[in-house]
Design a protein around this ligand. Structure first.
Ligand code: ZN
Ligand code: ZN
Length: 376
């Protein structure tokens, strides 16, 4: 039997058993090693992303695992064999429509739903990463990852993929560019890494007083300056740091607050780029759009991550160049899935994941460090 952590409704989880599916020629079965958790999991847990008929389901849309079984045609198409470690993308696009064929597969209108968001009622039920196994649909997108990394680090392909896409692909961060990152969460930190890897010049990150630990980590990953927005004026500080030149690229990653959007417009240089990725809960935001025109600013909305960014992110992780283990705030067993989501929701954790088999020695090391800290 296969265990799955099932969300039955808002704030409600239970462990259920499932039949292990049989695998046809075009499909596969993944043994989950780790499934990462992000802000969307918190929203889903609270019931904010609810659609009718969605529950019960197995959440978890950032799965990493080992190919347990794969059909003959699927193995050829994906270029994988049993035993390979792969990261799985959230979407299952059709691979045939105009969107897919022109590289915009994230907006595929024919897609077969998304991992972590497909109801149990649809066979074979194993559509989420918070389980022992994940069903690999013929349209799934897989990326091979080195088996030399602890699963808790390898699973960071997802947040790092976001950092790569937002900073370097949408923000077009180039050699020597000044980059301002508003918000020091999981994706703000991975944006620091991506910008650093791409050869950025000065990197500045903002946060609140309670983000002190995250801002310290941003500096460890390569940020040159951090700004506490509760104590300092962002625009004045950025002007001072850059000697009036302002930022070539601004990434706006803060949730709900709208002041950071106005700050982004003031902090970007003439003809600079702004990437908006911080969702504001659907509310309208007051802007003086004349400022965008007069400064000739390019504004881009960041929707999701694509294969190009995932592949680059996996290369950065495999390079071992950045101390990514510093972002690993906790590894949780399947039965503790709610606790893993709660830890991220509480705000202090940076990256948590669920490892059905308990994770690697890294998890043990982290736990014993925490125990030592608690004891001390
Ligand atoms: Zn996510
Ligand atoms: Zn398509």
């Amino acid at each position: 039997m296969v265990r799955g952590a099932v969300q039955t409704g808002p704030l409600a989880y239970e462990i259920r058993s499932f039949e292990r599916p049989t695998v046809g020629s075009d499909e596969g079965l993944l043994r989950i090693e780790a499934c990462g958790i992000c802000g969307s999991d918190v929203e889903q847990y609270r019931g904010h992303l609810v659609r009718p008929g969605m529950f019960p389901l197995i959440p978890g849309h950032e799965p990493l695992g080992v190919i347990e079984e794969v059909g003959e045609r699927a193995a050829e198409r994906w270029g994988v064999s049993v035993g390979d470690r792969v990261a799985v993308e959230i979407l299952r696009p059709c691979h045939s429509c105009d969107h897919c064929l022109t590289g915009r597969y994230m907006s595929c209108p024919n897609r077969d739903g998304a991992y972590g968001m497909t109801p149990l009622s649809r066979a074979p039920s194993l559509w989420g990463g918070f389980a022992d196994y994940l069903y690999l649909h013929p349209w799934a997108i897989l990326h091979k990852v080195s088996k030399d990394l602890p699963p808790e680090i390898a699973v960071m392909f997802n947040p790092l993929g976001a950092g790569v896409r937002w900073a370097t692909m949408l923000g077009e961060v180039g050699l020597g560019d000044t980059v301002l990152i508003l918000g020091p969460g999981q994706r703000g930190l991975t944006s620091v890494i991506a910008a650093r890897a791409r050869g950025a010049g000065t990197i500045i990150v903002t946060g609140l007083s309670r983000d002190e630990g995250k801002l310290a980590l941003a500096r460890e990953f390569g940020a040159d300056h951090t700004i506490n927005v509760e104590e300092e004026d962002v625009v004045a500080r950025v002007t001072e740091i850059t000697d009036g030149a302002l930022a070539d690229v601004v990434l706006e990653l803060t949730p709900i607050a709208d002041q950071p959007i106005r700050d982004a417009i003031e902090c970007v240089r003439h003809s600079g780029r702004i990437v908006l990725a911080g969702l504001k809960g659907g509310k309208s935001v007051q802007l003086v759009t004349d400022r965008l025109i007069n400064k000739g600013v390019t504004v881009r909305g960041a929707f999701g991550v694509n294969a190009e960014a995932y592949i680059e992110a996996i290369r950065i992780i495999e390079s071992g160049r950045f101390p990514l283990e510093r972002m690993a705030s906790g590894t949780f067993e399947l039965a503790d899935t709610e606790a893993a989501i709660q830890a991220l929701a509480d705000g202090d954790a940076i990256h948590t994941c669920v490892c059905p088999d308990g994770g690697s020695a890294l998890a043990g090391a982290m736990t014993s460090r925490e125990e030592a800290a608690d004891a001390g």
